[in-house]
Write a new protein. Structure first.
Length: 516
């Protein structure tokens, strides 16, 4: 492993730590139930995080539903009849392979463990294992060097070999220690672990009252397909969109909000004729890529994975994963999948109710096929924050160098659109005028009034939370320097830190043009 690689891995970890710390310090994301020690896999969004998340969901709804004639929305229940999850296949197969460490009792997803060994004289020696991460090769090497130091491996190491645990032979499995142990063979055989959270409906906790918290929002859409068709008279091809919570009892939640046990999805099931499936898959991929650009994630940071057939769900006729370059690696933001007519067919079989679509023009009956763009709200919020985060050295108002932390959110995502500052808090005319400006802007955008400290400090506080504009009300505004500048304000832009003098009468239009 080269030094350059290890220092860039280290830089990525440092960057992620800075982002997590900013998120807590400024009220974007907190650990859930923190005062009780937290709950693994769950996070709470603070005041600014809630605004950011709402901006994302609102924009998705606007672009995917309201701006289109061919998509309608719905809002399904989190709890559904258990038979929904039996028909969809989730009860039978929605699982991940789990392994336990016999020594420490820690649990791991078997498909996220890699094992490594040292090749000496053409043979493998000194097995170790690590969990999947951008730094795993380096970690494995360190572990092997430790064994070598203690005399556990002798001879010249020609190479290190690394393989997924799932591909180990039984003989190798018996020699592999768990990632947090050094004893060989401390991992149990993989077993399937269902990811759905089980619960009971009503006061009696028996088998017939069992149901599950939904692991995806999609199924309520399939189950209500007929009702939506009949009540809205919308014609194929058309989509049903939904935003809502989903729950998965992930074995290893990790990477901040990236893999959580409670999260939100934004999903569309787009119903079409069979022959339209594949062309629509490509069309939706483009639509979704454009969306990410519109919220400030540049195309060059997005990767498209054409999921190979053997890795796709058995019903999928094609799947693209849209991935983003997070500091912790290139990871999935959204799946765009052609689900054929699998789901509607299964629900028709299990419910005994017809879910066929009748073409009014030709009287033709068929079970529609489906293209599904399925995005994660929390992952997208995290990508937007990671993309926006920046630190730069600037010369401040006093001529001194300082590091400016700035979230360069696209203005439409920014939690607060405009900061409003009276130059001095003890000059009543300035305060009154600033409050007046606040009332002009408030009905149209989220604004924040701040009169505390030097204006430079106030700018810095807004930079750190990504506010694109700040307006300062000064002596010119209240006419103390003559009538010419009266009723004008200074508008300061976050990224270039440039300032412009704008008439209060033009301020709303000026800002709306830039934040919408
Ligand atoms: N209906 C299809 C479906 O649910 P998925 O790939 O399992 O497909 C879709 O999930 C999206 O939901 C993912 O791309 C991701 O953004 C988000 N997601 C899935 N599991 C998640 C988790 N544990 N934590 C956060 N987001 C998750």
């Amino acid at each position: 492993m080269s030094k350059a690689k290890s220092s860039s891995d280290n830089a990525r970890n440092v960057l992620m730590d800075k982002i997590v710390s900013l998120c807590k310090r400024r009220g974007f994301v907190f650990q859930s139930s923190e005062i009780y020690g937290g709950l693994n896999g769950c996070r709470d969004y603070g005041p600014l995080g809630a605004e950011l998340k709402k901006n994302l969901k609102d924009y998705w709804w606007t672009r995917m539903v309201r701006d289109r004639d061919d998509v309608v929305g719905m809002d399904g229940a989190i709890l559904q009849n258990r038979r929904v999850w039996e028909a969809s296949g989730h009860v039978g197969t929605f699982s991940d392979p789990l392994v336990d460490c016999k020594e420490t009792k820690a649990r791991f997803r078997a498909d996220q463990i890699f094992y490594a060994s040292a090749v000496i004289g053409g043979e493998s020696h000194g097995y170790v294992s690590v969990t999947e991460s951008p730094t795993m090769a380096e970690e494995a090497e360190q572990k092997i060097r430790k064994i070598q130091k203690k005399g556990g491996i002798k001879g010249e190491i020609a190479a290190l070999e690394m393989e997924p645990l799932m591909e180990a032979t039984p003989e190798e499995h018996a020699l592999i220690p768990s990632p947090n142990s050094t004893e060989p063979g401390t991992l149990t055989e993989p077993r399937e672990f269902n990811l759905m959270f089980k619960t009971y409906v009503g006061p009696v906790e028996n088998d017939s009252n069992v149901t599950y918290l939904r692991p995806e929002t999609a199924q309520a859409i399939f189950v209500q397909f007929k009702n939506v068709c009949d009540s809205s008279r919308i014609k194929i091809p058309f989509g049903i969109a939904q935003i809502g919570k989903a729950f998965r009892n992930e074995i290893n939640p990790r990477n901040f909000t990236f893999r959580s046990r409670e999260f939100e999805q934004m999903e569309i099931e787009y119903f079409c004729r069979p022959e339209e499936g594949l062309p629509l898959l490509k069309e939706w991929l483009e639509t979704r890529l454009k969306f990410y650009e519109e919220i400030g994630i540049p195309r060059e940071k997005l990767h498209i994975l054409d999921v190979p057939e053997k890795e796709r769900a058995h019903y999928s006729g094609g799947t693209y994963d849209i991935e983003y370059e997070f500091p912790f690696g290139i990871q999935e933001l959204e799946g765009v999948a052609y689900r054929t007519n699998y789901d509607l067919t299964k629900h028709q079989e299990h419910s005994g109710k017809t879910l066929e679509y009748i073409d009014q023009a030709t009287n033709e009956k068929f079970i529609p096929h489906v293209v599904e763009p399925s995005a994660g709200v929390d992952r997208t919020v995290l990508a937007v924050i990671c993309e926006a985060f920046d630190e730069e050295t600037i010369t401040n108002e006093k001529g001194k160098e300082e590091v400016r932390t700035v979230l360069r959110f696209s203005p439409r995502m920014a939690p607060i659109k405009c900061g409003i500052f009276p130059l001095l808090k003890n000059k009543p005319e300035l305060v009154a005028k600033a409050r007046e400006v606040q009332e002009v802007l408030r009905p149209h955008m989220n604004v924040f009034y701040d009169e505390g400290g030097a204006v430079g400090r106030r700018y810095r506080r807004q930079d750190e939370i990504g506010t694109p504009f700040c307006v300062t009300i000064d002596f010119d505004t209240i006419g103390e320097n003559g009538p010419e500048a009266e009723d004008t304000v200074t508008v300061r832009e976050r990224d270039a830190m440039t300032q412009e003098r704008i008439k209060i009468a033009d301020l709303l239009t000026y800002l709306l043009e830039r934040v919408r």
